[in-house]
Design a binder for this molecule. Structure first.
Ligand SMILES: Cc1cc2nc3c(=O)[nH]c(=O)nc-3n(C[C@H](O)[C@H](O)[C@H](O)COP(=O)(O)OP(=O)(O)OC[C@H]3O[C@@H](n4cnc5c(N)ncnc54)[C@H](O)[C@@H]3O)c2cc1C
Length: 413
């Protein structure tokens, strides 16, 4: 009885928080705690040897050599001092005991805190390759450095497996450097599972318009080392593509292995409630969290791998930690992502998967467009290619829950 009362108490303002994972969501949570007057101890333990840094530039400015990778750092000395976070780097969590709020690390150490926040993100899904094959995956600081190094110098044959957002961005970066780029995609229409076929085909056209060869509906048979440092990507249709540089971008899996024995519910991520709590004292945020989310009348478990969502989760979790599970409302969130490809900015607000119909309501010859997604009578999402002002015009309407017909009227106003 006493224990359960204790558990449901709110976090004391001078209590302790252990954040596992050293990425964007973790950082925003720590910042949120300090902004809201938390004076207790915050320890952030991450397995990378770096302070938190920003991942989106890795496939864009870092890949093209426009930015040194150091420019992605999110914490300078001044910020570090203001945060008063005990950063523990290069240390991997291997087990969580949620009842004791105790995390065990790969160096054998254990840490206990009043609250534990899981922010361990996600890792690229791997493809089996033959020995000696160098395949680039783009997730970490080191990945960004290695990709930039491989893409520097004279024109090369770059093969990208996967035409999702990361693959498309790498293809665009490589083309901007003058490389010969081939993208291999399993789906008949890239991004159709996210955007639908109509918009997916518009994204496919961006590759073709910019001199990237896009092959869709392909199945990879094998990836083996060729001569002179090349890689041979063989397809089921009998063709083989020779790569000087091979990049694989076929999605990510949440980093939950370390929680397998914890008793915390795992199902394609850490399952948390609408306020991001897994238990009264353990929260999960960012790419690793699968959270209960109610929008447009439907509650679903959702895991979203976007920068803005990770940042919002971090901020929101800080409030949740201080209020306690019993007093925390469900997260109010308008998912947003962007992707930079071939000099254009692709942006999405809302939930495209909750959709009955997609309509391109504005389109220009250079690929710029605006599309509205309808779910029943409601506007469920808005997608734009280089129409940022028009897209953001729908932000408040989406938050307020707007009728699709009202959204159309705004367009003609
Ligand atoms: C190349 C790239 C480009 C992107 N571009 C865009 C974009 O244009 N727009 C957009 O909306 N989103 C983009 N994203 C997505 C966005 O960056 C992520 O959604 C965001 O980084 C998620 O933050 P996070 O803190 O949840 O996870 P992460 O940033 O993955 O941080 C998790 C951290 O936890 C560490 N960790 C994992 N397991 C353990 C463990 N057991 N113990 C200790 N530490 C552990 C990880 O190594 C990592 O450092 C991009 C992502 C990548 C990789």
């Amino acid at each position: 009885m006493a224990a359960s009362l204790l558990m449901s108490e709110t976090l004391a303002v001078d209590g302790s928080v252990l954040i596992v994972g050293g990425g964007l969501a973790a950082l925003r949570c720590a910042q949120g705690l300090r902004d809201q007057g938390f004076i207790g101890s915050i320890t952030m333990v991450g397995d990378e040897p770096h302070l938190p840094y920003d991942r989106p530039p890795l496939s864009k400015q870092v890949a093209t050599g426009k930015w040194p990778v150091e420019k992605t750092n999110l914490v300078d000395e001044e910020r570090r001092a203001a945060l008063r976070v005990d950063f523990v780097l290069g240390t991997r969590a291997v087990h969580l005991d949620p009842d004791r709020r105790e995390v065990t690390f790969d160096d054998g150490s254990k840490r206990v805190a009043d609250r534990v926040v899981i922010a361990t993100g996600a890792t690229p899904r791997r493809l089996a390759t033959g020995a000696d094959v160098v395949a680039h995956y783009v997730r970490t600081y080191e990945n960004g450095l290695q990709l930039a190094s491989s893409l520097s110098g004279p024109p090369k044959r770059v093969v990208v497996i996967g035409a999702g957002f990361i693959g498309a961005e790498v293809a665009s970066s490589a083309r901007s450097l003058g490389h010969e780029v081939t993208v291999l995609e399993t789906l008949a229409v890239p991004l159709s599972t996210v955007l639908g076929e109509q918009l997916g085909s518009r994204c496919a056209a961006l590759h073709e318009r910019n001199g990237t060869t896009l092959l869709t509906g392909v199945t990879i048979e094998s990836i083996e080392a060729g001569d002179d440092g090349t890689t041979l990507v063989a397809l089921l249709d009998g063709t083989t593509h020779v790569a000087d540089v091979l990049v694989i971008g076929i999605g990510v899996v949440p980093n939950t292995d370390w929680l397998n024995e914890s008793g915390i519910e795992l199902d394609n991520g850490v399952v948390v409630d609408g306020a991001l709590f897994a238990t009264d004292t353990v929260m999960a945020i960012g790419d690793v969290a699968r959270f209960a989310w109610t929008r447009l009348g439907a509650t679903s478990l959702t895991r979203i791998e976007h920068w803005q969502v990770a940042a919002d989760h971090g901020q929101f979790a800080a409030t949740g930690l201080l209020r306690g599970r019993a007093f925390s409302p469900a997260i109010q969130l308008l998912p947003y992502f962007w992707s930079d490809q071939y000099g254009l900015k692709l942006q999405m607000l809302g939930r495209p998967e909750l959709t009955d119909e997609v309509n391109i309501v504005l389109e220009e010859e250079d690929g710029k467009l605006l599309a509205l997604f309808r779910r029943g009578e409601a506007l469920s999402a808005v997608f734009a290619i280089s129409k940022p002002k028009q897209l953001m015009g729908y932000r408040q309407l989406l938050l307020d829950g707007c009728l699709y017909d009202e959204a159309l009227k705004l367009l003609n106003a």
